[in-house]
Design a protein around this ligand. Sequence first.
Ligand code: SF4
Length: 384
Amino acid sequence: MTADQVLAECRELVALPIGAAAERWKAQHPEGRVVASYPVWAPVEVIHAAGMLPLAFLGGGTSVELTHADARFQSFVCSIAKSSLELGFQGLCKGVDGFVFSNICDVARNLSSIYQRNFGDVLVEYLHLPQNSTSPAVAAYMAAEIKRLAARFEDAWDLRVTPTALAESIETFNTLRTGIRALYALRIAEPQKLSTVELYTALRALTMAPPEDGIAWVNALLEAIPRRAARPRDRLRVVIEGTFCEQPPLGLLEVLEEAGCYVVEDDLMLGWRWFTSDVTADGDPFERLGAAYVDQAQPSSTRHEGREHRSTGLLEKVRRARAGAVIFMPAKFCEPALFDYVLMKQGLEKAGVPHLLVEFEEKMWTFERTRNEIETFVESMLFD
Ligand code: SF4
């Protein structure tokens, strides 16, 4: 497959509602079950090892009008929570048998119970992710939490996660994540060859299909993209920060690139590429997965990093990607991102890294003011 063919297939998939992606897979696996995970981290290996299809539950984007969900939430709540609930009310999650939420923030915590209360016919599970990553007990705790999730699948549907199956699924997702990391490295090296809109579309499609398909797409992209003829342009290399949960509209990413930025690092779709290196190969797979969650995690505003300053992980990304600036892009009302913005901004200013704040909502559709702001920022940097 050529890069254009892969990207066209990915664009088609990304345009589907989550339920349609589930039904598409079930057409080939009539007895199969589908479990979707709310951001950020998705326990995909466990779902896959139980013989199910793991999907990302990323809200409705621009595809749904809120007609019911507004009544279940306060007005000052991020869009992804409301549109995720709305998808359920409008029957657009039909085909998804289970949902996994976790304690990334108060809104996600409440969404889990609201989901359970409103949709009693699906399995809803809530993961208590560890909050104290410095405790020696935390990896074992996480392994126990992953086992609890596996036991829930067995209780509900008699689908057992054996250590052998889990070890195989870990290997599959290791392969997929290695490919994704290689695509990110390629974009750092030659951002003119792989736009962020393309990379993001491919990443998002990976979360709507079996990992085996994703591996084939990623390999095809890794093969084709380096051969693209594209000359580097005079653009500002930036890191996007704050998009770990609610995803920005594609139009906003387009505007960012059109306004003169090369995005060389980001935290888009973070849960699907949470591990910074392969989950190790030897030992109990539940324990390996638990340890990887704790010790091999991307920096994220949804977990605590012990005594390190909140800007440490971001500064490391800036350095590694040779970026000249950071675009903070938190979703409106996203508390973890907005709290961290204050601390991260301090760290960047101390290190002399310029930054710009661009808030978004998933349903945002007009970008002209944002375009002007980004263009002004880029020009002030490039022509200083
Ligand atoms: S966008 Fe932010 S506030 Fe909303 S659910 Fe996600 S992490 Fe929580």
